[in-house]
Design a protein around this ligand. Structure first.
Ligand code: RM4
Ligand code: MN
Ligand code: MN
Length: 424
């Protein structure tokens, strides 16, 4: 199914008066509103192809209906999201979950929906049918050079696919680690990972980036070979200027100060990509901003500060991606909610009075600094975000429009009840 301009207009028309009232008020309160709107209109968040179907837990999976069964249908789903919010203009593929048979055709379809291809992801954490050697004991860090070679080759194949599609980055997340003390020699595991990544790095085109994603735990419980930002940064520094750390919000030990990590990675010019999600306990992959919205705001506060300090463009300086898994809600609705939560946190962080904050810090004015941050965080920026959408030709209330148009019902009619999307 497709959403047409007329659909957007019919959704917006009955809501416009109420919206304008709210927007006029915030405009009178916030002098920098036009600059914020401009930033929001440029800011695009890539949608992960593996989050368009229903996720599961270790204990089961309750299938949704009308899931995208093919890559084309996944692209169409992201097209629907983008039509509703004009802020999800890219898709991030996971290979081989996404089987790209005809890159030209796939690219054409994406372009026709206003979408580009964000980072491509390699998968060496599962064994595929017809795969020669197993990744049970890891991939790039494996003790057996033949397994490492196979995993390196897979990453090179993924880069080649990405080149055909117009991607500009490769994300490597490894499920390499150990579950029992003594299982691994840490130094050798690290060195093997480094030399495997060096081979992959050598195949990166000039204008590409390599994102090294870390994760503190899971699927292994004693050690992960790229377990934290220190290990990722060490690898990125040794690899060279095209290698960066990728921060996934769910990949830290409980209560880690992620905003501080982000700040220091940016200070080093080594933050490259971002995976948004939220969590209560571990890698819960919940809707962005659903559990800890203040943390999301604080992270954006550091992102803006660090990006401005480097002179990097907010919209293009980093790879902005969602990485979530939905087993309670309709995946498309969940993704719409995530995008909105990210935009809200970004807009609030843009409102922070940075010069006043600097002065407060210089005077050790603890109370003042807190007031400045919380003043921005407690501003209801929803009418600003809605105005940015309106000006970009999107829906004033994307979730509402999704429900009113009965989009899922129509997708089920088109695709059937039993389609299953690949992914986790
Ligand atoms: C991992 C990690 C990766 C994602 C896989 C599916 O936990 O977050 O980014 O590719 O899940
Ligand atoms: Mn991730
Ligand atoms: Mn994860």
């Amino acid at each position: 199914m497709k959403i047409h301009n007329q659909d957007i207009e019919s959704h917006n028309a009955p809501r416009i008066t109420k919206h304008q009232r709210a927007f006029q008020y915030i405009r009178s309160e916030v002098p920098e509103v036009e600059a914020v709107i401009e930033r929001l209109q440029q800011f695009q968040i890539a949608i992960p192809s593996w989050a368009l179907g229903t996720g599961g837990t270790r204990f089961g999976r309750f299938s949704g209906k009308g899931e995208p069964g093919t890559l084309e249908q996944k692209i169409e789903d992201v097209g629907l999201l983008h039509a509703l919010n004009q802020s999800s203009g890219a898709i991030s593929l996971h290979i081989p979950w996404d089987n790209v048979d005809d890159a030209t055709k796939v690219k054409e379809l994406a372009n026709s929906l206003g979408l580009s291809f964000d980072a491509v992801n390699s998968n060496t954490f599962q064994d595929q049918e017809a795969q020669e050697l197993s990744y049970k004991f890891g991939s790039l860090h494996h003790v057996d050079p033949a397994v490492r070679k196979q995993a390196v080759q897979h990453n090179i194949d993924v880069i080649n696919r990405g080149i055909e599609l117009g991607s500009k980055s490769l994300t490597v997340w490894l499920a390499d680690g150990s579950s029992f003390p003594g299982q691994l020699n840490f130094r050798e595991a690290f060195q093997n990972t480094l030399s495997s990544l060096q081979e992959i790095y050598a195949h990166l085109p000039e204008d590409w980036k390599l994102f090294v994603e870390y994760k503190a735990f899971e699927p292994f419980f004693y050690s992960m070979t790229i377990g934290d930002w220190g290990q990722s940064l060490l690898l990125a520094n040794k690899l060279g200027p095209k290698a960066y750390t990728l921060v996934d919000l769910g990949h830290h030990l409980p209560n880690a100060n992620i905003e501080q990590i982000v700040s220091l990675l940016l200070m080093e010019g080594k933050l490259g990509g971002f995976h948004f999600n939220d969590s209560k306990y571990s890698d819960d992959d919940l809707t962005a901003g659903s559990i800890k919205p203040y943390q999301l705001f604080l992270i954006f506060n550091e992102l803006i500060d660090g990006l401005d300090h480097l002179g990097w463009d907010h919209a293009t300086g980093l790879g902005w991606m969602i990485d979530a898994s939905h087993n309670m809600k309709d995946p498309l609705v969940d993704l719409l909610q995530s995008v909105e939560a990210i935009q809200i946190a970004y807009a609030q962080a843009l409102l922070v009075n940075r010069s006043a904050l600097k002065q407060a810090q210089a005077k050790n004015d603890v109370v003042g600094a807190q007031e400045i941050l919380q003043d921005a965080f407690r501003t209801d920026v929803r009418p600003i975000v809605a105005e940015a959408r309106l000006r970009s030709g999107a829906a004033l209330q994307p979730v509402r429009m999704f429900n009113d148009l009965e989009i899922r019902k129509r997708l089920i009619e088109e695709r059937g009840e039993n389609t299953v999307a690949t992914g986790l």
